[in-house]
Ligand binder design. Structure first.
Ligand code: GN1
Ligand code: MG
Length: 377
């Protein structure tokens, strides 16, 4: 899935960027970010303001209905934009906007059939792949809380399900089992560790879906991918100012988001580390992120939401490991990879993180319980 990045020369990228309505001339296009699915570029313009925007080629192997993804994005960004205008928050807060083509469309299709879209860049902002200390943790949590708050009055049915099965852990387990019926896994200590790791947790994989089915957790809109590098920080104030990457906003459980934010935020080694044996879950970062999240979210969370936070953290780390491992076994068909063992290395990181979460269950539950008590006092 990486082939076209190389073959897409910069001249044609400029031509693609110029399909959109822009406030200036394109002066540069460069690869941007570290996304695993879409191809992302930062475009520079010779404009006085709005000097940058983000150009993306949507991965249509993953997002089979890209037009629907764009429709969702417009519904969402218009809703949040209106709300921010009507009831401004008392600090800088922005939502990325969809930029239209010269024909007023929200995407452009090239001759090869690729879907291209343009999204505004949050000016003067940056993101971080890992947290090394607690200084940004509350802001990461605040950002997710603010995001949930701003979408909480948009009825879930207003957005289409553009990625069926996304974050439904039992579905990933089923797909994994299907892969195992088709292939013979390579034999290595790492692969054996992963096979055993998954097989020991098949019952647990149902936990959030069971809670949803029993009516313990309500269906809400979720971001779907709030890993910490999707939170933008103002480069001057170092405060969070936006949550980006809105492809997977759709009806689901906010627990998937809480889990994803914490599994990415509390892993100082990062999800791409090769030193998987040293990966651990940092409970101080967890406390900081949760504190920031709950400072906003306590207004709309119900009692049951607190009950499932620990499971959500453990589950989403496990689920991502399972997704990487299944993709490794299937021959790397979903996530972009730099080498054939890349997804195995990523799976090991997430499984090690899951183990670390499990070994600190009492401590993590205590952090959550203390915050629940503060809310109720
Ligand atoms: C993918 O492409 P990116 O990096 O935004 C994936 C997420 C994973 C993430 C792990 C649609 O997101 O679910 O958590 O990789 N997105 C999709 O880094 O599968
Ligand atoms: Mg994403």
């Amino acid at each position: 899935m990486t082939e076209n990045i190389q073959t897409q020369d910069s001249l044609s990228l400029v031509a693609i960027a110029e399909q959109f309505t822009l406030p200036g001339k394109v002066t540069g296009v460069q690869a941007f970010g570290s996304g695993n699915i879409n191809d992302t570029f930062l475009v520079t313009l010779d404009a006085a303001e709005k000097k940058h925007f983000v150009l993306q080629r949507i991965n249509t192997q993953v997002f089979r209905q890209p037009a629907l993804v764009m429709q969702n994005m417009r519904t969402l960004t218009e809703h949040v934009g209106d709300r921010l205008q009507r009831t401004p928050v008392n600090r800088r807060w922005e939502i990325p906007r969809v930029l239209l083509t010269k024909d007023a469309q929200d995407y452009w299709q090239d001759q090869a059939g690729s879907f291209w879209r343009a999204i505004s860049f949050i000016a003067g902002s940056q993101s971080f792949d890992t947290l090394q200390d607690n200084s940004r943790a509350p802001e990461i949590g605040y950002a997710l809380g603010m995001f949930h708050n701003l979408i909480s009055d948009l009825p879930p049915e207003k957005l289409a399900d553009t990625l069926e099965g996304f974050h439904i852990t039992p579905v990933y387990l089923q797909q994994y089992n299907e892969v195992l019926t088709r292939i013979n896994p390579p034999t290595s200590p790492e692969v054996n560790y992963c096979l055993q790791f998954v097989s020991d947790r098949t019952t647990f994989a149902q936990v959030l879906e069971n809670a949803k089915a029993q009516g313990d957790l309500p269906l809400r809109l979720m971001h779907g991918d709030p890993k910490i590098n999707n939170v933008m920080f103002d480069t001057t104030t170092q405060k969070a100012v936006s949550v980006i990457d809105l492809d997977t906003v759709k009806p689901g459980l906010i627990h998937y988001d809480i889990g994803d934010c914490l599994r990415s935020g509390c892993n100082p080694a990062g999800e791409e580390t090769e030193q998987w044996e040293s990966v651990y879950f940092d409970t101080e970062l967890c406390q900081g992120i949760l504190q920031g999240y709950l400072s906003v979210a306590k207004a709309f969370l119900i009692e049951n939401d607190y009950t499932y936070i620990y499971d959500a953290i453990r589950l989403i780390a496990f689920e991502l490991g399972l997704r990487f491992f299944a993709d490794y076994l299937a021959g790397n068909v979903y996530f972009k990879v730099k080498h054939s063992e890349h997804n195995l290395a990523r799976a090991l990181v997430q499984f090690k993180l899951t183990e670390s979460i499990e070994s600190q269950e009492t401590k993590i539950r205590k952090i959550i319980q203390e915050m629940r008590l503060i809310r109720n006092s």
